[in-house]
Design a protein around this ligand. Structure first.
Ligand SMILES: *Cc1c(COP(=O)(O)O)cnc(C)c1O
Length: 381
């Protein structure tokens, strides 16, 4: 496989994005069939996928995995709506777009909430969370994002979980962009729900999310949901009874996910996936630094998922041209989503390895040279 592909090629581009991501041929090929939703082979596959997801979270004994059709946000909305009762109150930790999205979801549903917001390059202060929970006993739930994909920051989830548990509050974690690549074990980090999707670090195709929910909690959630389609209690009860989805299942997505999970296990599970992504991230950060680019986050805050870079100060740098020229060479990057600085993002996740990261770096070097940009350095802070 060639690393720098300048010619228009029938091969798909490498996706250095936060998802959907580059998937393997084996994962895509798993979809080349049709199944009925009552097909016994499919029903077995479905059960195997849900059990594998529980095992990844170390939650097989305590939690259940309830899937939801749609993108990851559908699973987040379903989980908030099913677990937070109508007279509940949530505290949302925000340092990016996905924390803000949870607030929008609660606004739509009319659930009471307060926020603890920090800038996009700053993790929440655990002492402040502790203080807010002590001061407001009406807060029933804490919702946090594990890796805030807006910047790529890793939030201190173990510390957040410890404080929520200390105050006896229920913790809901949006682990969408971290699950499978950053260890989060329910036996060590107590949570009532964790939400993720098929198409991020587990490298399936897009189309379903899921929540890993403490069984003793879900059992009490009948009647909470504001929406039939998004009622995870109803979805769970029906699936327990019939082994089937209530409504049309995204069968091809589930079958591809099963293939992706098999490859995940062959790679060594969370440890193996983390090692590959961490290596991708290291190669990327070193290579970009050598070209003069500066990352937003310091190393200790950076998750090996997606890296935010400041835009170069050189006026000859035009993001549109940069993006399109990289895409023409077979590499898709991602615009920035920050409010604190002008930026762009490059992902380390998906079916990418050392060759693809080095290929992307040489394409970046060629493209900035072509634009007449001598260094990727941003304006002095
Ligand atoms: C990707 C992602 C989501 C879900 O986004 P969708 O576009 O709905 O799949 C939610 N939270 C985080 C942190 C994410 O990275």
């Amino acid at each position: 496989m060639s690393n720098t592909r300048k010619d228009p090629s029938p091969k798909d581009p490498w996706l250095l994005t936060p998802g959907p991501l580059t998937t393997t041929a084996a994962t895509k090929e798993a979809m080349l069939h049709d199944w009925g939703s009552r097909d016994t082979a499919f029903i077995e596959t479905n059960a195997r996928v849900l059990n594998r997801l529980l095992a990844i979270a170390g939650a097989s004994e305590t939690h259940v995995c309830v899937p939801m059709q749609g993108s990851g946000t559908f699973a987040v909305e379903a989980t908030l709506g099913t677990l937070i009762p109508r007279d509940g109150k949530a505290l949302i930790l925000i340092n990016g777009a996905y924390g803000k999205r949870m607030v929008r979801i609660l606004d739509y549903m009319g659930r009471a909430h307060v926020i603890l917001e920090t800038p996009e390059d700053t993790p929440p202060d655990p002492a402040e969370l502790d203080r807010m929970l002590a001061a407001d006993t009406a807060i029933t739930h804490v919702a946090a994002v594990h890796c805030e994909t807006t910047s790529g920051i890793l939030n201190p989830i173990a510390e957040i979980a410890r404080i929520a548990a200390k105050h006896g509050r229920s913790l809901l974690i949006d682990a969408m962009s971290a699950f499978g690549a950053i260890a989060l074990d329910a036996r060590e980090i107590p949570f009532d729900a964790l939400m993720a999707s098929s198409n991020k670090c587990l490298e399936g195709v897009p189309g379903m999310g899921y929540a890993i929910i403490r069984k003793s909690v879900l059992e009490t959630c009948e009647g909470n949901a504001h929406s039939l389609s998004l009622d995870l209690y109803d979805q769970w009860v029906a699936m327990e009874k019939t082994s089937q989805w209530r409504f049309t299942p995204p069968i091809h997505v589930i079958v591809a996910f099963d293939a992706a999970l098999e490859q995940f296990e062959a790679e060594g599970g969370v440890a193996g996936r983390n090692a590959r992504y961490a290596n991708n991230c290291r190669i990327l950060m070193e290579g970009m630094r050598a070209l003069g680019f500066r990352a937003l986050l310091s190393g200790n805050l950076q998750a090996p998922i997606i890296v935010t870079f400041h835009l170069p100060a050189d006026p000859r740098f035009v993001f549109e041209i940069f993006y399109n020229s990289l895409r023409d060479r077979g590499y898709v990057i991602y615009p920035g989503k920050l409010t604190v600085a002008d930026s762009f993002r490059i992902g380390c996740i998906g079916n990418l390895g050392e060759n693809e990261m080095r290929g992307a770096l040489s394409a970046i070097s060629e493209v900035i040279t072509e634009m007449g940009v001598k260094t990727g350095a941003p304006a002095a802070a």
